[in-house]
Design a protein around this ligand. Sequence first.
Ligand SMILES: [Zn+2]
Length: 442
Amino acid sequence: MRTWIKDPLAIFAEGAGRGVIVEGTRIAALVKTGETPERIDAVFDASRHVVLPGLVNAHHHFFQTLTRAHPSAINKPLFPWLKSLYPIWSRLKPHHLRLATRVALTELLMSGCTTAADHHYLYPKGLEDAVDIEVDETLGLGMRMTVSRGSMNLSVKDGGLPPDSVVQDEETILADSERVLKKFHDPNPGSPIRVALAPCSPFSISKNLMIESARLAERYDCQLHTHLCETDDEEQFCLDRYGLRPVDLLEETGWMSSRVWLAHGIHFNAEEIARLGKAGIGVCHCATSNMVLASGVCRTCELEAAGVAVGLGVDGSASNDSSNMMEAVRHALIIGRLRYGADRVTHLKALRWATEGSARCLGRTDIGRIEPGYEADLALFTLDELRFSGAHDPLAALVLCGAHRADRVMVAGEWRLVDGMPAGHDVGALIALHKDFARDFA
Ligand SMILES: [Zn+2]
C-alpha cells in the first residue's frame, strides 16, 4: 500500500514540495515540486497541512500529571519543590500510574509527538510493574517510547534528598533493570519500545549504581539517562559529597559515552562542554521546566557547536505543567533568543532540536526526519485557527504563532490522531477519570 501525502502547504524536508510517499511503516520517497509519482494506491490531500516529522519528547515524568499546579509545590525552586512533592508521590499506585501515563501520552500525541521518553524513578511498594504498565499504555495508543527504568537508592538516611518510602536497594534495581531489558528492549530500527537505564539524579543515587547501570547498558545495548547540572544546589551536593563537579562524576562512573543523554544540562563550564561533545553525549533541553523552576538557561548553541546532540523535552508535568511538545519548541526558541540573540536560534533550528536532535538523544537514526528509509512518523498541523490568521511563512507560523494541537498524526504509517483526536480514545472520559484520580491521589 503506497499512500501519497499530497501537496502540503509546507513540509519540514528538502525536496518534498509535492509531499511524501508512505509505504508500510516507512517513508518510501519524497515527491519534488513539478513531479507526479507513479504506482499510488491512496492519496491524502495535505493542502491544508504543514507537515513535520513526528516530534520526539526526550524527557518526561508521566506520573506527575497527577500533581500539576499542586499548592504545596508551586512557586518553589527545585530542591524545596521536590521535598514538597516526594511524600505525595510516595502514595502512587499502579492504577494511578496507568491513567497518568495515558493522559501524558494522549496530550503529547495531540501536540504532534510520536515518540516519548519517560523517566520513571519512583518505586514505592506495590509499583514494581511500572515499566510494564507504561509499555502497555504506549502500545495501546500506537506510539513509540523509550521507557527509562529510573531508580533512586540514596534516601535521606544516607544523605540523599528523597524519603525512604520511594527508593529501592541497588540489588532490586539492577535485577528489575535486567528483567525489563530482557522483556521489552528492542534496539532494531522501527522498534516501538526501547528501554533505557536511568538512575535519577546525583542527589538520589549512589555512585556504584551509576557504575553498575553503565555496565548493564553496555551488555544490553541500551541508552543511559539521568538529570545532570539542573541547578546550583545539585553542583554543591556533588562537591560536598564526592569532591567532584557533576561532569567529573559522569567521568568516574563510566558515563562519558554516546549511550548517554542528560536532562537539562544547564550548569556546564566551557571545558566540560568540550568534553561532553567529544564523548558524543546528548542533552535534552527542557526550556519550560527550567523557566518555571528558575533553574537557568541551557547553553544549547555552545553544546551543539561542541558536537553534543541537543534535543527537547517537556519534563514532568509538575514542573511544566503541561505535556505539549509544540509549546516546548516555542519556549526553546524564545529562551534561546534571550541568550543568543534573534538570529542564532531560528524556528528551523528549534524544530530540528525537537525532531532529529531528540531522536539522536534516544540513540535513534530511524526517526526524526522526513527522508526515504525513515519511519513514517508525521505530524500534520492546519493553520485554520485565529492565532495563525494572516501568517505568511507556514513553518515559522507554527512556532511563532504558538501551534498547540496537531490535526493529524501518523506513527509507523498508521493514523493515530484524526481531526485532532486520538483514534479510538475518548478524551472527555479520560479527563473526567483523571480528575477523580488526581483528587484522590493528591
Ligand atoms: Zn526531569
